[in-house]
Design a protein around this ligand. Structure first.
Ligand SMILES: Cc1ncc(COP(=O)(O)O)c(C=O)c1O
Length: 357
């Protein structure tokens, strides 16, 4: 058996995988109504959302759904990227609205102190950010930044795709109006579903719009069908929805969000301290380290290549390369989802042996 320590898709527990192996049902049935009603209720509770939906598609589709439903051409959207996924978010915003982009160097984290001048100067009415910048293993301080942005009357959209449920979060406490995560990340279900949450303000905003530039992603259709019979407007990935329900059972049984956050935080601290003890620098600025993925810088590109290759061939452990500024000499190791500490330690032990030659 190989060990997958990539930041999504993450390994899927057997019981979650097997939840998909049932006799097919139609999505226009009472059974589906029960299933989707349960998923939406759990999502609303976990996020603290006014409305929640599961969109069949990857995380990026969920993010685009939020943006196109909430931003119009005449909206000025302040985007604060600090890595590849923040760049993708800004590119998506540009398709639908007027984007003002302020970027931090790869590896640096957004604090309120850094974001405040841009919020003050931008004259933007929407803020779009990434919570956990997966490409760098950086966690941005969305709590303080969104709180300040809301005090300035802005609507806040957060990509939490690789953050949740490994990182503290509540839409209300974090002043977030629109949030998305992906099924293949911390909830550790198979890929193919975007989980989105909306605040009351965000729900009112899209509901009032006359034109939304999408058919499939038009949340007015999702809402209408949900209110009618707790179903989805188009055929959903029914089998994946079963898996997601089981993934929620596993999350609940493990102690819910507080326990998931603690488990991820402790694992991240352990991984960072062992990597530092081996002499590696981290890709993330101190104070902004991610709970779910750690990036580390190797001596040079050759060492990075050799660690990644030897882990795969000699130890059957799969980690991934870093991105951006560290794409040649950096590596990333995930501690996301239902990982086991013994696998993280096996990976770290192996890295130690490889670098000793
Ligand atoms: C922070 C972040 N945003 C967006 C995405 C894109 O998600 P997907 O590949 O599910 O569309 C990812 C994927 O790794 C991500 O980590």
């Amino acid at each position: 058996m190989s060990v997958l320590l990539a930041p999504g898709p993450v390994p899927v527990l057997k019981e979650i995988s097997e939840a998909q192996c049932k006799e097919m049902i139609t999505h226009r049935s009472g059974d589906f109504t029960k299933l989707y009603g349960d998923l939406v209720t759990r999502l609303k509770n976990y996020f603290g959302a006014e409305e929640a939906y599961v969109i069949t598609g990857s995380g990026a589709l969920g993010l685009e759904t939020l943006i196109l439903n909430l931003c119009e051409r005449n909206d000025r959207v302040l985007c604060l990227p600090n890595g590849e996924f923040g760049d993708h978010q800004a590119t998506t915003v540009k398709v639908y609205a007027d984007a003002v982009v302020q970027r931090l160097e790869d590896g640096k984290g957004w604090s309120l102190e850094r974001a405040k001048p841009f919020i003050d100067e931008s004259r933007a009415n929407v803020l779009a950010m990434v919570y956990n910048e997966t490409s760098m293993g950086v966690r941005n301080d969305i709590r303080e930044i969104c709180k300040y942005a809301k005090s300035k009357g802005m609507l806040t959209i957060v990509d939490g795709i690789s953050a949740w449920p490994g990182t503290e979060f509540s839409m209300q406490e974090f002043f977030v109006d629109a949030f998305v995560t992906g099924s293949q990340k911390g909830i550790a279900a198979p890929p193919g579903m975007a989980l989105i949450g909306l605040s009351k303000e965000a729900a009112e905003r899209y509901s009032k719009r006359a034109n939304i530039p999408s058919y499939y992603c038009d949340l007015r259709r999702h809402k209408k069908r949900y209110l009618q019979d707790q179903q989805t407007p188009n055929t959903p990935a029914v089998t994946l929805f079963w898996a997601l329900q089981k993934a929620f059972d596993v999350l609940d049984a493990g102690g819910g969000l507080p326990a998931a956050v603690k488990r991820h935080r402790e694992a991240s601290e352990h991984v960072r301290s062992r990597l530092k003890a081996m002499g590696f620098h981290l890709t993330a600025e101190a104070g902004f380290e991610s709970n779910t993925v750690t990036g580390f810088v190797c001596r040079d590109a050759e060492q990075a290549k050799s660690i990644k290759a030897k882990l795969a061939t000699d130890y059957q452990i799969k980690i991934v390369g870093a991105r951006g500024k560290y794409k040649d000499n950096g590596l990333r190791m995930a501690h996301m989802g239902n990982f086991e500490m013994k696998d993280l330690d096996a990976c770290l032990d192996a890295i130690g042996k490889i670098i000793q030659g």
